[in-house]
Design a protein around this ligand. Structure first.
Ligand code: FMN
Length: 490
């Protein structure tokens, strides 16, 4: 909205920042929690007894380890380091639905809740030495139960954020983030908001629950047995029982504010901050992404017969040819040549090939429409943006044999090396987003091809490769097994 009219429901979100100071503290003296403890009762008593008390709009931030303990997500672990490590590995596997990355012995995984972190949150800190802690199984639900209990026991409209310590891509060090939340808006989206300079904000969506989790760690710390903090001053983010956000008590100064949602739409669970792996730009670690790309490189090649008008990047073409020339060849030889055929040379070659082909088809008895239809199959070589003709040069490394049998075998060996190189070219093109189709015609008209291009007698054409930017997305191949084409003979 840019006409200055801010609907009432949007006013409170004019800014996610607090209208005044934010204060926070982490009380001392909380007990070491154990399975079955009355967490809400203990917390309500301790937080109300603190001189600062608990008031409407306070956010209670607690480290997930507390829930792991009270909810019995603690697993007895052997003292022997090797056995402990083995158990940890099994627990990580059981807690994970997907491995995102592997760095030496460390696994970065996605757990059932979609949370991506090292070792699926399986942790041996701040637990007895004979134990390992798993993350609470549903931290949003735990937070919701705690909000209900704390509101009932203290009468204060509080929110709860459950935190865990995590590393981040691109940054060293770890920070606390929200893995569970209730009674609070977890993010504030600014799309459509307009700043004081008149710029419209489009993508900013502030993950306030993560900001609060990180901030609260500054008072909770890691070693001082202070697993719970209270953050005061963010009442505008805290939701009432029906899910409506609190009122801002500052004056909205007319800045076009963050987009508001219907009450039902307000993002209110830590789960709402998890981006679906499918849509995350970094859904795999670098090594894993490279490995997947290599695995898919060969099946990703398809014959593409329709190209867009976009020009083919000459550098990409040259790189693909260079890659293709790494294909294996006999006797450490380099017998493959790729000829980019353009302009008048292309017209000359294709006209000559067509003449040969037409003669053959007429000799077979084809005429009229049938003849025209058959000949039109060659049109792809005229219309494709780029045309590469592969050759094997029999004078580049093939051995001479006095007898016909071995001479023919040697020729076959060089021919199959040519096939390997052409397939490598097609794969290398596909890896660069270029489509291609291998057309066999020059194999049937070797002499005609050579003379049209003025090439030596020893160069045998291996077809022609039409290259271009695919006109439509290239369909993925259905995964299939080798079936009857893969035999084992013992
Ligand atoms: C040596 C050779 C010659 C080929 N000649 C032609 C051709 O003349 N016309 C054509 O449309 N496709 C030709 N193809 C492509 C095949 O038809 C294609 O690879 C096959 O249909 C499998 O489809 P795919 O490449 O998408 O896996 C040729 C392929 C090879 C290996």
């Amino acid at each position: 909205m840019t006409d200055g009219a801010i609907p009432e429901i949007r006013r409170w979100t004019a800014e996610h920042a607090a209208p005044a100071d934010v204060t926070m503290w982490a009380p001392d003296g909380l007990p070491e929690f154990r399975p079955g403890d009355d967490l809400a009762g203990v917390l309500a008593e301790a937080l109300v007894a603190d001189p600062r008390g608990l008031v409407d709009g306070d956010v209670v931030v607690l480290t997930s380890k507390v829930l792991s303990k009270t909810e019995g997500r603690i697993v007895p672990a052997p003292a022997d380091p090797e056995a402990r490590d083995e158990l940890r590995r099994r627990l990580v596997e059981a807690e994970s639905v997907r491995v995102v990355a592997r760095v030496n012995r460390t696994l970065i995984t996605e757990n059932r809740l979609g949370i991506v972190q090292a070792a699926a949150g399986v942790d041996g800190s701040n637990v007895e030495s004979g134990e390992l802690a798993l993350l609470p199984s549903d931290p949003d639900a735990s937070a919701a139960a705690l909000v209900a209990d704390l509101r009932r026991l203290t009468g204060a409209r509080v929110a709860v954020i459950v935190t865990d310590t995590m590393g981040r891509a691109w940054r060293t060090g770890q920070i606390d983030m929200a893995i569970g939340a209730a009674g609070i808006r977890v993010s504030v989206g600014y799309d459509g908001a307009v700043d004081r300079q008149g710029n419209e904000l489009l993508v900013t969506d502030v993950a306030v629950a993560d900001e609060i989790a990180s901030a609260a760690d500054l008072v909770k710390g890691k070693l001082g047995a202070r697993p719970v903090a209270v953050v005061r001053g963010l009442a505008h983010l805290v939701l009432d029982d029906e899910g409506a956000p609190g009122e801002r008590d500052d004056d909205d100064e007319g800045t076009e504010g963050a987009r508001d949602h219907d009450r039902a739409d307000v993002p209110r669970r830590a789960r709402d901050l998890v981006r679906d792996g499918e849509f995350d730009l970094f859904r795999l670690g670098t090594a894993e992404a490279l490995a997947q790309g290599r695995r898919e490189a060969v099946p990703a090649r398809r014959s593409v017969r329709r190209f867009s008008d976009d020009p083919v990047d000459p550098e990409a073409l040259a790189e693909a040819v260079a890659d293709a020339l790494t294909a294996p060849a006999p006797h450490h030889s380099s017998p493959i040549r790729f000829v980019r055929v353009t302009g008048q040379a292309r017209v000359r070659m294709l006209d000559a090939l067509r003449e040969d082909w037409e003669r053959d088809l007429r000799a077979d008895g084809h005429t009229g429409d049938v003849l025209a239809r058959r000949l039109s199959r060659g049109d792809i070589l005229r219309t494709c943006p780029e045309l590469i003709v592969p050759f094997v040069d029999d004078a580049s490394g093939a051995h001479d044999y006095p007898d016909e049998r071995r001479a023919a075998c040697e020729e076959t060996m060089f021919t199959v090396a040519g096939g390997a190189a052409v397939q490598s070219l097609l794969v290398a093109l596909a890896a660069r987003g270029l489509g291609s189709c291998w057309i066999g015609s020059t194999i049937f008209a070797a002499g005609t091809t050579r003379s049209a291009l003025d090439l030596p007698e020893t160069w045998r054409p291996l077809g022609a490769v039409a290259v271009g930017v695919p006109a439509e997305p290239v369909a993925a191949r259905e995964p299939r097994s080798a079936g009857d084409a893969y035999l084992t003979i013992g």
